[in-house]
Design a protein around this ligand. Sequence first.
Ligand SMILES: Nc1ncnc2c1ncn2[C@@H]1O[C@H](COP(=O)(O)OP(=O)(O)OP(=O)(O)O)[C@@H](O)[C@H]1O
Ligand SMILES: [Mg+2]
Length: 464
Amino acid sequence: MKFNEFSFHKDLLKGIKIAGFKEPSPIQESVIPVIEEGRDMVGQAHTGTGKTAAFGLPIINKIANGDIERALVITPTRELATQVSDELYHLGRFCGIRTITVYGGVGYGRQIALINKGVQIIVATPGRLKDLYKKGKIDNFNPEIVVLDEADEMLDMGFLDEIKEIFEYIPQNRQTLLFSATIPEPIKALADEILTTPEFISVVGEYEGTVNNVIEQSYCVINESQRDEAIVKLLETEKINKCIIFCRMKREVDRLTEHLQAIGFSAKGLHGDLDQMEREEVIKSYRRNQVKVMVATDVASRGLDVKQVTHVFNYHIPFDPQSYVHRIGRTGRAGKSGKAITLVSTTEFKELTRIQKEVGAEMKLATINLSGEENSSCVDCFPSLEATVRAVDIDERALDFIDSMEDMDYHEFVERVVTLLLKGEKSPLTKHLGYDENSVKNMIDEYQGEQKVARHNNRKKKRC
Ligand SMILES: Nc1ncnc2c1ncn2[C@@H]1O[C@H](COP(=O)(O)OP(=O)(O)OP(=O)(O)O)[C@@H](O)[C@H]1O
Ligand SMILES: [Mg+2]
């Protein structure tokens, strides 16, 4: 299908062409006609598949054709509000669409002045928007279409009351649209409350899972103390253009960022305790390629669209399966490939199995290459060594050692020789970080066995 089959305004088609969009993505193909018709709807599609334009294009078209005057988009974070506003501006610029971003942490004056000057699209975070309506500062902004982007996250963040209050200030005869890559049950309840006979459109196959499986996913089972070493090795050995490392806590972000900077990586941290200017600065330098590694909390997990993010690393596995979907969805966007690697300790098997089951994540077990380069065999490095050593009278241990040389690379060989000479012991050096497939299988079997016993005992207790 082509975009001109939607009978879009010619100036909008110009914007789409300049954006480089050749054909609509499946979610765009499915929802644009429904939005054009004026229906309320809930839309679900994998991360990075163009949900912004799926609601943005019909909104711009309606404004360009004079069918509606105003629209409102609500997003959970300030970064996402800015990004969505930018995309709508770019797609709609030949139609002369005026957009504005509204969020907390900055002064009210400029935002109010711009809104009252007559903007057509506001993209806002819930808190500040509610304040503006409540204070009576934007009484004239009556949107005919309202979009909740990342609707489930807004509920998770506790924005339900703000959202309900915002809807009290907006005309009843509006069209309301909800979008996300994940649509958990509570969203359906919200949809019942604020939408009118909505259509549910999902382009995520029923058996496919909510994870975008275009992304190559793997996990590495390590000891708790190996996290930093594992991340550093991954940064050194993977072919990375830009990457995000997700941590669970703000202080972990700060500590890891400092550690990576100290050993020479171009890294910056992003979390909710930074002030607005700092947050914007981090994102800007990351977008402009001045920073290659972004270390972040889940504040960066939703909706963020940065080109050329080749890798996402989970320093810790997230507690929540939905969060896994969105975190790894920062790569593998707009048809590009991407890699997601999750570090897991044995205490995190519970989260691992939940994520694999609940969101259909196909994660392969991997180990981390410690050498950082293609291994060159020690036999290649010392071609005549073996024959020379065999020719002299040596003891059994040395002969065993010679026999195992085939599998060693140069570094391992040198380390083993030095260790044998110094201590007369076997070197502890291995080629990989992380447990191998058999050990992990045994650990998971053991973990599942313990779970079964615990469940059995619980049932027994209940019966008693
Ligand atoms: N039809 C299209 N052709 C090519 N690129 C597109 C098309 N539609 C959108 N894009 C681009 O794809 C990228 C991802 O789009 P978008 O951010 O809307 O994804 P999303 O589905 O909202 O993802 P998430 O669930 O992570 O929020 C953006 O860079 C966008 O400009
Ligand atoms: Mg999005």
